[in-house]
Every structure is written in structure tokens, then in C-alpha cells.
Design a protein around this ligand. Structure first.
Ligand code: ADP
Ligand code: MG
Length: 669
């Protein structure tokens, strides 16, 4: 605290001009003023005479166009915004006519705010003590809307005192109050002054002027008189009856120590988080609408990633189960990539026999035909796909029945009516009953169930358990009436023999069917697992690329939504920003506060999006039997990205907020 008698405010020849279009208005015209430490000064004068402007200069909320301002021995010229904020936080407590408390924030939190910016720990006990000193010890948890005007102004005074400033400035502090509240406020100011605090008050009212020891009159931006007086107290003021030596008890109590570095930063982070949460939740619908873009984008990405990832995994499982030396030959073009396209060659059983006997380096071979058929058991029917093939098929495709058995060569040759059924057929036709040995009908023909295929799940576009396997000729002659074979699985003894076997197959078919070189590719296709894997992974690459494009666009759109709402939020809270700066917040403090809010919006949008996308895909997976798989890494990554999007798109609005000048912001309507 400054010693009595020294100038705590030294103002020399300052001017302030406001320009409104072509008009120039000299709000302060060459004003000089010294205020000694411990004085009680009242500034009076008609409205528009420059009182508030002078007060803002003393409170370094604004800077003069010309002249020098020195506060507590520090000249303010050359200090940047942040240095001014720090000086303000340490030396000056400001009380405004319009209280300027933060809404939805308790009295003690309002009082603690300047401590956040000065680096003192937010000590609730201390804030409560200061509230007690202004007679509000029993109102510490009330929010401004739960307090009367007089009480709100007392909270504002407590806030001005919380950092134990050397000077308290009050601009018409009683202008909006009834006479009882006016006396309460003046009581506090007088007691403060007796404790050694310099008090400067702007007022209209003669009554209020009486309590000061020095009265400065202004007119048209100039000081017209400056007189000392014996203070007189208004009837009903408590200080009248009290011992004049009694000081404001508060100033004898020790204030919490300043906390260094990290601890203070953590405390700020905590405060910004709860501030962000308060801001987001107090505008629930608006916040929700602003994050809708991010939410939908993330949901779409998660759902598609999950399904894509699941399909890829099950495809990889399927392929790895098949081994790397399997060749698939199918009748039809390789260009369409699907069986049956182009100008397919007609493959008969005797072609297969020829291949089997003439091909070298082949260990197993399974021709097959496929088609749709109606399967019935008792009263139940089910439409499914039927594969007619030979005994080797289940081994080649790692599809050996895990219940019951495969059919035998005898059954194959005698066109026996035996069937191996997949798990989906069991589930849909048999329920709890035992299928082995049961009679089912396929396209009205009776078959005996001899085995059940192992569960394979879905590969993304088909349920591989929704299938029935029967002997080749049974399917061709009895079920479908086919003459030709659609494809042949061929197992080669060693991977290095694959190219050789591939060309043997092609040349044999070309010879047997008398095909020209040009027609061969249209008539038959030979694929190995490496080809199929490559085709799948290139499809996956295209999928991922599309997904990233969708994700980027939706995050861009979502980010713009956040930016938009942050701009609105900054505009709406201009006064609050001005207030925070007046209480000592630096640019970084304001920037951080708004970035926390933007990041929070991003994270909430991401979180809801993950939940929505995950839920939707999970439900879709249950109904369609699609595989679905989302790794926690993906979720964490998405959360990080959305926070990042929030920060990137919140940066400009936050920077706008941080750049606001305290006094302009405070005057904002
Ligand atoms: P008062 O003595 O009533 O507190 P002020 O110091 O607020 O007066 O204002 C002094 C003069 O400056 C007034 O005429 C006012 O209209 C003008 N003024 C104050 N702030 C601004 C501003 N931001 N822009 C333009 N004119 C202003
Ligand atoms: Mg004013």
C-alpha cells in the first residue's frame, strides 16, 4: 500500500478527442491532476463534461491522445495491452455504475475473478471474507439475479477489493441505487478510505460529494475548480456512529500468496473449462445446432469406417483361410470382374475330367455350380444359395463341416440327395431341432441333411452361412437342370508353380474350345488369391479416399458452424470481455477462454457423432449381419480431430475477442 502524501495518480496535460464523422469532440482538454495516496476525491460536473473519460484514464482502461499518465509511480506510455492489464490488476479496483457482474455466476466466483488474472490462487475463503467485509457474508453463493441492486453493487465493490488495490475508482456507483443502498455503499467507501485506500468517485449527487475530502469540478473536458473540504456524513450512515480510527478490517488480514507458473495456469485452465461448459450449456439448442455439422460428419465417417473395417477384416480372414495357392477359374470375362460376364465358354464335366488328368502340379480340383433355390423343412421355407460341387470343395475353401460329415465320392457319383447346410439355414429352419438326418426339400426335391458348415459370418456383402452344399451332379441334373459348370477351384502344389498352371489351364481351354487369342479373355478368367487380394485392397483404398473426402468436407462445414456461433458468442459477450480485461485479463487469457469453448463444442460434436455413428452401424450390423469393427484408436483420433477443428475454426473469433479494447468493449451496447 502506498504511503499517504505521495501522488498515486499523476496526470500531466492529457487530452482525449473523440471523432464522430467530421466532428471532433474534446472529451478531455489539457487536464493535469495529482492525487495523493490515501485521499478521497469526488469528481463532479454536468453530464458529458468528461468525468468518466478522466476516470478511464486514471484506471488505465483507456489511453490519452496527448499527455502523460503515471499510476503508482509507473508511467503507462509505451506499455502494451497486456502490461496495462497486469498493472491494472495489481493497483486498481474499478466499480461501475452498471455493476457488470457475470450472470449465472455466484457472488464468490465473481469476486474471485480478478485473482484468477493476477495469479493469486482463487481462494474461496478469501473471496468470502471480502464479501463479508461488504456485509454479504451470507450471500456468497447467490447469483446476480438473486441479489438486489445494492447487494450487486456491494459484490462489485468486493470484486474491486479482492486483490487489495492501492486505488479504488467508482464511476457513479450509487447512480442506480435507492438511498439506503447508497448509504451502505458510501459507508464501505469511507471505511476503505480510512484503511488507507485512495478512493476516487464520480458522482452527480451533492449528498455523495459531501463525504469526499477533495472535490474536483469539470466542465467541457476541463477542470474548473479543485477544492478541499471537511467531509460530512449523510444521516443514517453507520460510520457516523463509529470510531473514526476503526479501519476496514479486511486490509489487516493476509491475502493468499501469489502462485507461480504451472499452478496458476492449471487453475486458469480449470476456470476456462467450467466457463466454456457454462456458456455451451446456457445456450443448449444453439450449441447443439452449431455442432450438428460436425456431429453428422463424424457419425457418417465412424459408421462407414466401422463397416469398411469389418468387411476388410472378414475378407482377410476368408482369404487367409484359403491359402495362397488356390486358383479360381470361371467362365466369363475378366474385364467385368464378375463371373458370367463377357462371352463365357461352356465348361462341361468332361472338360473338368480332362483338366484333372492333364494338368501338372495340381493337388486338388473342385468344379462348382451356383444358384438360388427354395429350401423347406416341415412348414418353414427359406430362400438361399445352393452350391453344387465335388468332395474336395470343403477342404479347398476351408469349409469342412464341423458337425456331421462331408459327402463321399460314391454319393457324388450316384447323384445322391444329401446336403450340407450353413448356420443361417439351421437357425431359420430348425430352431432348436437337430438337423442331422432330417429331410429337407430343395426346390421340392427331398434331401437328407448330413452335415453343418462351420460359422463364417458375413464378408460385408453376403452372409456366408446362408448357403447349402450338395454334390455337383445332383445340383446340375436334379435341382437346376444345368448343362455347364460355372467355376473351378484349383489347388496348386507350390506357390511358384502358379503362373505355370495358370497358363496350362488357359491353353488347354483355348485348344479344347478352339478359341482365338482375342476371344480367350472374354471366355474364361483365371484368378489367384494375390490378384483377388490386390483387387480388394485397391477397392479399399478408393473407399478410404472417398471417406477422407467426405470427412474433410463435413468437418469443414461443421467447423464453419462452430466459427459462426463463436462469432455470435463473442459479439454477445463484448461487455463481458471488456469487463474481464478491466479486471486484469490479458489477450492470452481471453483467447484461451474462447478457444476452450470452441474446442468443447468440437469435442461434444465429435462425441455425439461417434455415439450416433457407432450406434447406427451397430444396429445396421445386427439387422444385416454385416461385420462391424471400430477400434478405440479411431475413436480417440476422431475426438482429437474434432477438438482441433473447434480450435482452428474458433481461433479467428477468439482472436477478435482478445483484441477488443477494454473501454470500447465495456461501452458496447
Ligand atoms: P461524463 O462526464 O458524463 O461521464 P464522458 O466522459 O462519458 O462524460 O463523455 C465526455 C464526452 O465525450 C461526451 O460528450 C461524450 O458524448 C463523449 N464521448 C464519450 N465516449 C465517446 C466515444 N466512445 N465516442 C464518441 N464520443 C464519446
Ligand atoms: Mg459518465
Amino acid at each position: 500500500m502506498s504511503m499517504s502524501g505521495l501522488p498515486v495518480v499523476k496526470i500531466t496535460n492529457i487530452s482525449k478527442v473523440f471523432r464522430m464523422g467530421d466532428n471532433e469532440l474534446k472529451a478531455l482538454d489539457d487536464v493535469s491532476l495529482d492525487i495523493e495516496a490515501g485521499d478521497f476525491v469526488a469528481i463532479v460536473g454536468p453530464s458529458g463534461s468528461g468525468k468518466s473519460t478522466l476516470m478511464h484514464m486514471i484506471g488505465i482502461l483507456d489511453t490519452p491522445d496527448a499527455g502523460i499518465v503515471a499510476i503508482d509511480g509507473h508511467s503507462i506510455s509505451g506499455l502494451d495491452d497486456d502490461a496495462l492489464s497486469k498493472l491494472r490488476a495489481r493497483t486498481i479496483g474499478f466499480v461501475f455504475q452498471q455493476f457488470n457482474l457475470l450472470a449465472r455466476t455466484s457472488a464468490s466466483e465473481n469476486v474471485g475473478l480478478p485473482m484468477l488474472y493476477s495469479g493469486a490462487p482463487y481462494d474461496k475463503t478469501w473471496a468470502k471474507k471480502v464479501l463479508g467485509a461488504v456485509g454479504l457474508g451470507d450471500r456468497t453463493d447467490h447469483t446476480p439475479s438473486q441479489l438486489s441492486g445494492g447487494q450487486q453493487q456491494r459484490v462489485a465493490i468486493a470484486r474491486a477489493l479482492v486483490n487489495k488495490p492501492a486505488i479504488v475508482l467508482a464511476d457513479e456507483p450509487t447512480g442506480n441505487l435507492d438511498s439506503q443502498s447508497e448509504r451502505d455503499i458510501l459507508d464501505i467507501l469511507v471505511q476503505l478510505n480510512r484503511a488507507g485506500i485512495t478512493v476516487v468517485i464520480v458522482t452527480h449527487e451533492a449528498e455523495v460529494t459531501q463525504v469526499a475530502r477533495r472535490v474536483i469540478r469539470m466542465r467541457d473536458g476541463r477542470i474548473v475548480s479543485d477544492e478541499r473540504q471537511e467531509p460530512k456524513y449523510i444521516d443514517g450512515m453507520k460510520v457516523q456512529d463509529q470510531d473514526l480510527t476503526q479501519s476496514f478490517q479486511l486490509y489487516d488480514a493476509p491475502m493468499p500468496e501469489l502462485t507461480p507458473g504451472l499452478q496458476a495456469q492449471l487453475r486458469k485452465a480449470r476456470s476456462y473449462s467450467s466457463e466454456a461448459l457454462r456458456s455451451v450449456t446456457s445456450n443448449k439448442i444453439r450449441s447443439f445446432l452449431s455442432i450438428l455439422g460436425i456431429m453428422i460428419g463424424v457419425a457418417a465417417v465412424i459408421a462407414m469406417l466401422g463397416l469398411g473395417e469389418g468387411a476388410k477384416k472378414s475378407m482377410e480372414n476368408e482369404l487367409s483361410g484359403l491359402g495362397s495357392n488356390l486358383l479360381v477359374v470361371w467362365a466369363g470375362s475378366s474385364r467385368t470382374g464378375l463371373p458370367g460376364g463377357g462371352n463365357p465358354v461352356r465348361l462341361y464335366p468332361d472338360d473338368v475330367t480332362a483338366l484333372k488328368s492333364e494338368l501338372n502340379n495340381v493337388t486338388a480340383l473342385a468344379p462348382n455350380v451356383n444358384g438360388k433355390a427354395m429350401v423347406q423343412f416341415e412348414e418353414k421355407t427359406w430362400n438361399t444359395s445352393i452350391t453344387g460341387t465335388t468332395t474336395e470343395y470343403v477342404t479347398l475353401r476351408s469349409f469342412v463341416p464341423d458337425i456331421g460329415r462331408n459327402f463321399t465320392s460314391e454319393e457324388e457319383n450316384s447323384r445322391a440327395r444329401v446336403a450340407i447346410i450353413g448356420r443361417t439355414i439351421v437357425k431359420n429352419l430348425f430352431g432348436d431341432k437337430d438337423p442331422i438326418g432330417a429331410e429337407i426339400r430343395i426346390n421340392r426335391i427331398y434331401f437328407q441333411v448330413i452335415g453343418i458348415l462351420p460359422a463364417k459370418g458375413s464378408n460385408g456383402w453376403q452372409d456366408r452361412d446362408d448357403t447349402v452344399i450338395v454334390p455337383l451332379e445332383t445340383a446340375m441334373r436334379r435341382v437346376f437342370g444345368y448343362e455347364t459348370i460355372q467355376s473351378i477351384d484349383i489347388q496348386v502344389d507350390k506357390p511358384e508353380n502358379m503362373p505355370n498352371v495358370e497358363s496350362q489351364i488357359k491353353s488347354m481351354i483355348q485348344q479344347r474350345k478352339r478359341l482365338s487369342d482375342e476371344k480367350l479373355d472374354d471366355a474364361v478368367t483365371v484368378r489367384n488369391m494375390a490378384d483377388i487380394q490386390a483387387a480388394i485392397s485397391s477397392t479399399n483404398k478408393i473407399m478410404s479416399l472417398l471417406l477422407s473426402i467426405i470427412a474433410s468436407i463435413s468437418l469443414l462445414v461443421g467447423g464453419i458452424g462452430v466459427m459462426n456461433i463463436m462469432l455470435v458468442s463473442v459479439t454477445e459477450r463484448t461487455r463481458e470481455i471488456g469487463l474481464r480485461k478491466a479486471l486484469g485479463a490479458t489477450k492470452l487469457d481471453i483467447l484461451s477462454q474462447f478457444l476452450f469453448e470452441a474446442a468443447l463444442l468440437g469435442i461434444i460434436g465429435g462425441g455425439l457423432g461417434v455415439t450416433l455413428g457407432w450406434g447406427t452401424a451397430k444396429i445396421a450390423a445386427v439387422f444385416t449381419n454385416w461385420p462391424f469393427d471400430v477400434s478405440p484408436t479411431v475413436v480417440a483420433f476422431v475426438a482429437g480431430i474434432t477438438a482441433f477443428v473447434g480450435i482452428v475454426f474458433g481461433f479467428w473469433p477468439a482472436k477478435k475477442a482478445a483484441a477488443l479494447q477494454p473501454i470500447q468493449a465495456l461501452k458496447h451496447e
